[in-house]
Design a protein around this ligand. Structure first.
Ligand code: DC
Length: 234
């Protein structure tokens, strides 16, 4: 591609790729692998929200504690460095992956001051292109002008089974009916909130990962990104 002539004439040399979808659709794995193969930066927006939730939990605040929450947000920094998440300079990548942080994150992401803090940061990080964003609102709110948008989905049984396997890997045995309930509850929270709800972004390519091996999902995404890269190269 010629210098200065970008994807779709927008000035970017490489596209912005967004991947949204419900819990258990296989987004994280697909996004990580897609970014690796393209040599793009990965922006795990859920990890950024989880980082804020970690700071809130550590401060002993509740999601509904408005003024204290605003004050905490104002003095909290969140950075993504490769696979690591730094909150106020501390690597919290492992600590943010607990069910309690997941629940608190889900409650916090419905609140305007929380989204107002991270959405502009995510946009700034995505602006140069050559990035894969993964989350719930990356193609609808964060980067509605993204050159390639995906909505990765899977049926409820598949998502519940994946979640159960993920828990089993961590030594937690949970009955599939309970996991199904948890997945449904998370769907209601993520899709039902007024602010930046999980939706299929306009122009998104829908990929159903039920019954697909992770490699087949990545290949499908890669195919689409390469198609767009090819068509828009000048
Ligand atoms: O993808 P995850 O499990 O790390 O996300 C944690 C929570 O954050 C989940 O409830 C969805 C929410 N989230 C969001 O509201 N917007 C995003 N862009 C990313 C995640």
């Amino acid at each position: 591609m010629r210098e200065g002539i970008g994807v779709r004439g927008c000035g970017r040399k490489e596209p912005v790729v967004t991947i949204d979808g419900p819990a258990g659709a296989g987004k994280s794995r697909a996004a990580r692998e897609l970014a690796r193969r393209l040599g793009f930066r990965l922006l795990d927006t859920g990890a950024m929200y989880r980082g804020l939730a970690w700071a809130v939990q550590r401060a002993g605040l509740a999601a509904e504690d408005g003024p204290a929450l605003r004050e905490l947000l104002a003095r909290t920094t969140v950075e993504l460095v490769e696979d690591k998440v730094f909150v106020n300079g501390r690597d919290v990548a492992t600590e943010i992956r607990t069910p309690a942080i997941g629940e608190l994150t889900s409650a916090l992401t419905a609140l305007p001051p929380v989204r107002d803090k991270l959405t502009p940061l995510q946009r700034t990080l995505a602006a140069p292109g050559g990035v894969v964003l993964e989350g719930r609102d990356t193609g609808s709110v964060v980067c509605p002008d993204a050159e390639v948008k995906f909505y990765l989905d899977a049926d409820l049984e598949t998502r519940a089974r994946r979640r159960q396997e993920e828990l089993a890997d961590r030594g937690v045995t949970v009955d599939v009916a309970a996991v199904r309930e948890e997945v449904l509850r998370r769907d209601r929270q993520d899709m039902g909130r007024a602010l930046a709800p999980l939706v299929k972004p306009s122009g998104a390519v829908v990929v159903d990962s039920s019954g697909l091996e992770p490699e087949a999902v990545v290949r499908r995404l890669l195919e689409e990104v390469e198609r767009v890269r090819c068509c828009t190269r000048s």
